[in-house]
Design a protein around this ligand. Structure first.
Ligand SMILES: [Zn+2]
Length: 76
């Protein structure tokens, strides 16, 4: 199952990889998308840096997963 980055539409085979891409990219568009999901990009980065077990990545991965659903009709 492939998951798309909701921002730039690149695809990975795991939501965690999409999350890592979003953090790693960290440009304005990606940050804005994360913030538009009701979470703070900066806060997630801090959680990732200071927490254990990839907490920041996991939270973002869940958001990426749910963003894949309910997007029918938005096919590019
Ligand atoms: Zn992207």
């Amino acid at each position: 199952m492939y998951l798309k980055c909701p921002v730039c539409k690149k695809e990975w085979n795991a939501s965690l990889k999409v999350a890592r891409h979003i953090f790693g990219n960290g440009d304005k568009a990606h940050r804005a998308w994360v913030n538009s999901q009701g979470v703070s990009f900066t806060d997630l980065l801090i959680r990732q840096a200071t927490g254990s077990g990839n907490q920041g990545f996991m939270v973002l991965a869940k958001i990426v997963e749910s963003s894949q659903d309910g997007t029918s009709g938005v096919a590019g």
